[in-house]
Write a protein that binds this ligand. Sequence first.
Ligand SMILES: [Zn+2]
Length: 345
Amino acid sequence: MSKAPHLTFDLDTPGVSTGYLVVPGGTDRGELSLPVVSFNKGEGPRLLVTGGNHGDELEGPIVARRLIKWLPEAQTCGRVIVLPVLNPLAVEAWSRNTPLDGLNLNRVFPGRADGSVTERIADAVSRVLLPMADTVFDLHSFGPTWDFPPAATTHPIADPDLMARTVRMAEAFKLPLTLVWQHDDTAGMFDITAQNQGKVFVCTEFGGGTVGADNLAIYEAGLRNALIALGLVEGKADYPTFRQQKFGQTLETRPSDELKSPVPGIFEPRCSVLDEVKQGDLIGILHPIDSLSAESIDIRSPETSIVLAITSGAHVDSKQVIALVARPLEIYESGSLRPRVPQRS
Ligand SMILES: [Zn+2]
């Protein structure tokens, strides 16, 4: 009989404790030990920080490791649990999903104790770590085939109070973009499991493309801003500089904001992320490669909007999403629809 998932140390121990979250073995592989650090300074906010949910998004594990370095000096109260790599099998393979079972960890929450290894990781996190936190930051990035600005994101949440608190927490990162992302593929996400338990969950999307020092500095500053807002550390939160600007805006995007490739080909971007475009403006050009007599196809903005994400550096298939656009968020708060305006400092 397999053991229950457990920690190798007591989270109630004061100060800094290190150990492992033990994910029991199953029919597909043996036990898995995920390194965990606990920072316990008693009463106060309880935060869980996770990275490496998707194995080809390595900014999260890097920024989580940086947090582990500076937090002991800076923390004034409360509890922080840091798990830098949720899915080491995917990270080792630089793969979004777990190679062993082909599953996307962020679509199998709350997991299954008797499932395959990805489901057992989700089960261990849901049962052992999640109950110990009121707020969760899951550090993602957009992966290597996208250009995307540093962002703190959430999905629409049915409970208007939790929605408002979540958007405020996301904005507290003071990243260039705060995003409410409506899409149809949310079943089994870590967010949903946490939100069903009333927790504030922010998913950071730490950019796309390759991992770079400048962006990592922005992400680390954003995470520090969020910890200041929670009251876990002291200091002054400020917008990090992104493209010579200290700037943040709150946007929303829906499934209808996905621009898809009409044919297979090479996508040539003609604008940058966070550019404002009017209806009909050129976003990019799609070049078919099977025939030089086939015309290249213009991809144009369907309406006035802000370019959110652009595919980068990969051949695209027909009907593949090649760009996302967005617009300023209106959020249900205090009984009224309140438009959000850009914030500067
Ligand atoms: Zn991800």
